[in-house]
Design a protein around this ligand. Structure first.
Ligand code: AMP
Length: 321
């Protein structure tokens, strides 16, 4: 069974990516799975080439440092030729109406005078990511379920029109290992591309900076440590972060600390300890580019090996070559 997930290099890896996704990929993933850095997806909005390249390397290093099986890790653009070819074939299988109906496209393009065409077509590239690798399961949040549904529609249509080539993928609800909220504004998710980094802990932030950000986290003026996400979202977020790092439950932890200051110190200590090994190994990999290049080349070769026959079949059966 192949499971496929990705992280987009739109910013440095943050604590939410780590606790919510990467740590689970490391603990539960197998060498069959595919965990990739979706650098092509990061180009659907304005981007800086050298920043994109360095964020891609950094994310690759973080995934390997976090213990994700290196045999399952790849960089999307290392398969750009294969993906480009299949995306075209799938675009010729998809209608304009289907692409334009995507809620993410509507939301991200709303009110903008100019959007990249790739913002419209990227769900088809995502379908190519999934179908090329023969993924069975794609763990996603609500915002991506419609894209996996599109991949299913295209797989079914292609298989029905030209012959069986693609495995039918299905979206599965990503288990919520942790949902980390912005420290400065707990009404929104912690995100790597947030405009203001004060509320975002990055995996590579030095320990003193992590502590400062957590000390400045927004709480409330109720002054009681309770796990009440609706009434006390800031406090609940700190409790959830502490819980995710210590393996305890947030309600139990609420009873074990006296006040907000103590909660913040405990959360800072736990996050710093949780991130320390990942940060150190990542730094080591970034300081040894040859080692990282080797891991990257190996991942690319493996992904290519498993998809070449499927791509060749898709091209041949749709009348190409
Ligand atoms: P993205 O940052 O959108 O490329 O997401 C990479 C992975 O990190 C996905 O599985 C997301 O669900 C997960 N993720 C991103 N932000 C958070 C967050 N604040 N809390 C928990 N998981 C997150």
């Amino acid at each position: 069974m192949i499971r496929l997930s990705a992280i987009t290099p739109s910013g440095p890896v943050q604590l939410g990516n780590y606790l919510g996704a990467i740590r689970r990929w490391a603990a539960e993933g197998t060498e069959e799975d595919v965990y990739f850095i979706s650098d092509l997806h990061a180009m659907t909005t304005s981007h800086n080439p050298s920043r994109l390249r360095s964020l891609t390397r950094e994310q690759l290093a973080v995934l390997i440092a976090a213990g994700v099986d290196p045999r399952s890790v790849a960089v999307q653009s290392d398969l750009v030729r294969e993906l480009g070819a299949l995306t075209w074939v799938l675009e010729c299988t998809c209608t304009y109406g289907e692409a334009a109906r995507m809620i993410q496209f509507k939301e991200k393009s709303a009110g903008r005078s100019s959007v990249r065409l790739s913002l419209l077509t990227y769900p088809v590239l995502m379908a190519a990511d999934i179908l090329l690798q023969g993924a069975h399961e794609v763990p996603v949040g609500d915002d991506q379920r419609q894209h996996v549904e599109l991949a299913r529609v295209l797989a079914r249509r292609f298989n029905g029109t030209y012959g069986e080539v693609f495995v039918m993928p299905r979206s599965v609800v990503a288990p919520t290992a942790a949902r980390v909220r912005d420290l400065a504004d707990p009404s929104r998710k912690m995100a790597k591309s947030a405009k203001d980094a004060a509320g975002t802990v990055f995996v590579l932030d030095p320990p003193d900076l992590v502590r400062r950000k957590i000390r400045r986290a927004v709480t409330d003026d109720l002054g009681v440590v309770r796990y009440a996400p609706e009434e006390q979202p800031g406090v609940a977020n700190l409790l959830e972060i502490l819980a995710a790092c210590t393996g305890k439950d947030p309600e139990g932890l609420a009873g074990s600390v006296q006040d907000y200051a103590e909660l913040k110190e405990a959360a800072a200590d736990a996050v710093i300890e949780e991130l320390r090994p990942v940060r150190e190994v990542t730094q080591g990999l970034l300081d040894d580019p040859a080692e990282l290049d080797r891991a990257r080349a190996h991942g690319a070769e493996r992904s290519r090996e498993r998809c070449t026959h499927r791509l060749d079949a898709a091209l041949r059966m749709s009348g190409l070559g």
